[in-house]
Design a protein around this ligand. Structure first.
Ligand SMILES: *Cc1c(COP(=O)(O)O)cnc(C)c1O
Length: 396
């Protein structure tokens, strides 16, 4: 670690988000530069030879590394408290790379059942095609984790809070059980953002993000990231990454890098707004269920408050009148848009049973609590009063 990196690790997250890992070019610019270049030139043939041998650390090709992408990676690693990071083209590229670089035929993965739809596809359909055995557990049930991890495993993959059921998983307990079983723990931390929950502190080995969500948070681009120890990133992920090419575009990396500057302000407002909307919804009789990790009524409120510094931006609600009532509610919203994205400045709502989770078998949806009346609400940065007025009028 350089002296600069050591100083930056001592900064508070807010300072790291604004200034961490800034590299100025010969033009001494204030705003970080976008290096839209695929390749790099060498002074002489010897320099190219030593770059490829790995004798000198320098940029050789943007599928491997790029200066703008590297600024994003280093800044996010500082905020997360991770040794190293690789930016990826999307959140799914991050999830797949983290699993595929580590697992081989004959290995065993234990995963929580409540996963983002595409993560579920990778675990349930794709990895088994390559000879990886996958066992699912109910994430909140520690007895199931204990049983599944009583035999050897190579990796554990989980999401907490889960999408869209907002189930909270006890990270310390699962990490301890996983490590005893010999498994590497990979956490999809999208719902919690890098600010509200630090999986590495609870023993997780690898953290993955869809940067498309709160990190950009303004609906502009796709991106993702894998964070972990230098050993994992350099030895496991880098060869997979270099040769399969899930690389993040320098332009998108620049958007995400600049978005980190305001992440704390935005996430704080998301959480304040979501709590205010959730409290207003608690009084609504049209709802048969309301879940928000920051409300005392959440079944895992104590765990959520111990593990997360705030409840996040997502609220799950269930309308008593099933699909018809859920559709009526969505169609009556005037301010909140109907969209399957989340973590955006704009408040967005969707009906998971017919969109994000429509591919699941009806019994699997029922098991995850995704009923016909279930609506997922991603609370944005608008005025809380306006949002409360909109959801209230749409319910009545
Ligand atoms: C959106 C999302 C992903 C996938 O991210 P993309 O950037 O859309 O590829 C993965 N996990 C969770 C929990 C998500 O919400």
């Amino acid at each position: 670690m350089t002296a600069d990196q050591q100083t930056q690790r001592g900064w508070s997250p807010q300072t790291q988000m604004v200034r961490g890992a800034t590299e100025r070019s010969q033009f001494s610019e204030t705003g970080e530069a976008i290096f839209m270049t695929s390749g790099y030139v060498y002074e002489n043939a010897e320099e190219a030879e030593s770059a490829f041998k790995g004798d000198v650390e320098r940029f050789v090709y943007s599928r491997f590394r790029n200066p703008t992408v590297a600024m994003f990676e280093k800044r996010l690693a500082l905020i997360e408290g991770a040794e190293d990071c690789r930016g990826t083209a999307s959140g799914m590229a991050a999830v797949y790379a983290a699993l595929a670089c580590h697992l081989s035929a004959g290995d065993r993965l234990v995963a929580s059942r409540a996963l983002f739809g595409s993560c579920h596809y990778i675990c349930a359909d794709l990895l088994p095609r390559f000879g990886i055995k996958v066992d699912f557990v109910d994430g909140a049930d520690m007895a199931q984790w204990e049983a599944a991890l009583s035999s050897p495993a190579n990796a554990v993959f989980l999401e907490t809070p889960s999408n869209p059921g907002l189930e909270v998983i006890d990270l310390s307990t699962v990490c301890e059980l996983a490590h005893k079983a010999g498994a590497l723990v990979i956490v999809d931390n999208v719902f919690a953002t890098p600010l509200l929950q630090k999986p590495l502190r609870y023993g997780a080995d690898v953290v993955v993000y869809s940067a498309t969500k709160h990190i950009d948070g303004q609906g502009r681009c796709l991106g993702g990231a894998v964070l972990g120890t230098s050993e994992f990133i350099v030895e496991k992920l880098t060869p997979f990454f270099r040769h399969t090419g899930p690389s993040l575009s320098p332009f998108n990396a620049w958007i995400l890098l600049k978005a980190l500057e305001t992440l704390e302000l935005r996430v704080t407002r998301h959480c304040d707004n979501a709590l205010a909307v959730a409290r207003a919804l608690e009084k609504q009789k049209a709802l048969s269920r309301l879940l928000y990790p920051g409300l005392e009524s959440h079944p895992q409120y104590d765990l959520a408050t111990a593990q997360m510094s705030a409840g996040g931006s997502i609220i799950a609600l269930e309308l008593a009148g099933g699909k018809e009532a859920a559709f009526r509610f969505l169609n009556r919203l005037k301010l909140v848009d109907i969209s399957n994205n989340l973590g955006d400045a704009k408040s967005l709502a969707c009906h998971p049973a017919t969109t994000t989770h429509h591919r699941l078998a009806p019994e699997d949806r029922a098991h995850l609590g995704i009923t016909e009346g279930f609506v997922r609400l991603s609370v944005g940065l608008e005025d809380a009063g306006d949002l409360i007025a909109d959801v209230t009028q749409a319910l009545t």
